[in-house]
Design a binder for this molecule. Structure first.
Ligand SMILES: Nc1ncnc2c1ncn2[C@@H]1O[C@H](COP(=O)(O)OP(=O)(O)OP(=O)(O)O)[C@@H](O)[C@H]1O
Ligand SMILES: [Mg+2]
Length: 256
C-alpha cells in the first residue's frame, strides 16, 4: 500500500471557467466604447460563486459573453474566457451552440416572461430536451415528472399540464430552473433569479439552487443584487465595480 505524499495536497485545482482580463465593448458607428474592462475571476468545479456589483457595471453582459450570447453591437475586445481549457471567445457559432446545449446554461435576467404563454409547460420542457437529441421520446415525460418532483413540486402532472400564466412568478422561475437543469449542464449561470420574487419564493428558488448544486454536482454563478441571496447561497463572492475591476472574497459577505 502506498501512502499519499504531501505533494498530493499541493495539486492545484483546475478552474472550470476562468475569465481573464476580459474587456467587452460596444461598437458605435464611429467609435468603440469599452463597457467592461479588467474582469478576471475563476470558477472551480462544484462551487457556487456570487457575482455582485452596482447596476450597470456589466454583470449581465459578462454572463452573455460567457455563453456567446452578446447582444448585437457588443464584442469581446480583449482578454479571454477559458472554459475547460478552451477559449470560448474564439468559438464558432456551432461550438457556442454545443456549449449552451451540453455545458453551460444561462438563466437570463428578466426571464420570468421567458416562457411561452400559450404553450403548456410540458410542451416547452420537451422542446428543450429535444434540443439535445439524446432523449428517447418515451423517456422524456417520466424524466420531467421526476425532475419536477425533485425540485419540490408536489404535483408535477399539474405543473406539466399548466400554461405559464396559471403559475405564480415563483413557480415559473422554478420551472425555468428545472428546464435549464433538465439538460444537465456543468455550469449554471443564474442572472438575478430572485429579484422579481417575494421572500417566500426567493427562499424556495435559493434552496433549489443549493439543492441542484449539491445533487447534480453543478457549478453555479449566481448574479445578484440581493445580499441575503448571496449570504445564504454562495461559497465565494466576486465583486465587480463600475470600472469593471473585480475583487474577490472567499469569506462570504465580507466585501459588502
Ligand atoms: N443593448 C444595449 N445597448 C447599449 N448598451 C447596453 C445594452 N445593454 C447593456 N448596455 C450597457 O452595458 C453596461 C452593462 O450592462 P449590464 O446589463 O451588463 O449591467 P448589470 O451589471 O447586469 O446591471 P443590473 O444590475 O442593473 O442588471 C451598462 O452600462 C448598460 O448601459
Ligand atoms: Mg444585469
Amino acid at each position: 500500500m502506498t501512502h499519499g505524499s504531501s505533494t498530493s495536497f499541493m495539486v492545484k485545482r483546475t478552474p472550470l471557467l476562468s475569465i481573464e482580463q476580459l474587456e467587452l465593448s460596444y461598437y458605435e458607428p464611429k467609435k468603440i466604447v469599452p463597457v467592461v474592462q479588467n474582469v478576471s475571476f475563476q470558477l472551480y468545479p462544484g462551487e457556487t460563486v456570487a457575482l455582485v456589483g452596482p447596476s450597470g457595471c456589466g454583470k449581465s453582459i459578462t454572463a452573455q459573453a460567457i455563453v456567446g450570447l452578446l447582444e448585437p453591437g457588443f464584442k469581446v475586445t480583449n482578454g479571454s474566457i477559458i472554459y475547460k481549457n478552451e477559449n470560448v471567445s474564439k468559438f464558432t457559432n456551432k461550438q457556442l451552440q454545443k456549449l449552451r446545449r451540453d455545458e453551460i446554461s444561462l438563466l437570463i435576467q428578466h426571464s420570468l416572461n421567458g416562457l411561452n404563454p400559450i404553450r403548456t409547460v410540458k410542451k416547452q420542457m420537451i422542446e428543450t430536451l429535444k434540443y439535445q437529441k439524446r432523449w428517447k421520446k418515451k423517456e422524456m415525460e417520466p424524466y420531467l415528472h421526476s425532475l419536477l418532483q425533485q425540485i419540490g413540486f408536489t404535483d408535477p402532472d399539474y405543473i406539466l399540464a399548466s400554461y405559464p400564466f396559471e403559475l405564480s412568478g415563483g413557480m415559473r422561475q422554478r420551472v425555468l430552473l428545472a428546464m435549464m437543469i433538465s439538460l444537465r449542464p456543468k455550469l449554471l449561470i443564474a442572472d438575478e433569479p430572485t429579484t422579481a420574487l417575494d421572500v417566500i419564493n426567493r427562499d424556495k428558488v435559493l434552496n433549489l439552487l443549493k439543492m441542484v448544486q449539491r445533487d447534480y454536482n453543478l457549478t453555479v454563478l449566481l448574479i445578484s443584487h440581493d445580499k441575503q441571496s448571496v449570504k445564504h447561497t454562495a461559497d465565494r463572492v466576486v465583486q465587480m465595480g463600475l470600472g469593471g475591476i473585480v475583487s474577490e472574497s472567499t469569506a462570504t459577505l465580507q466585501c459588502f
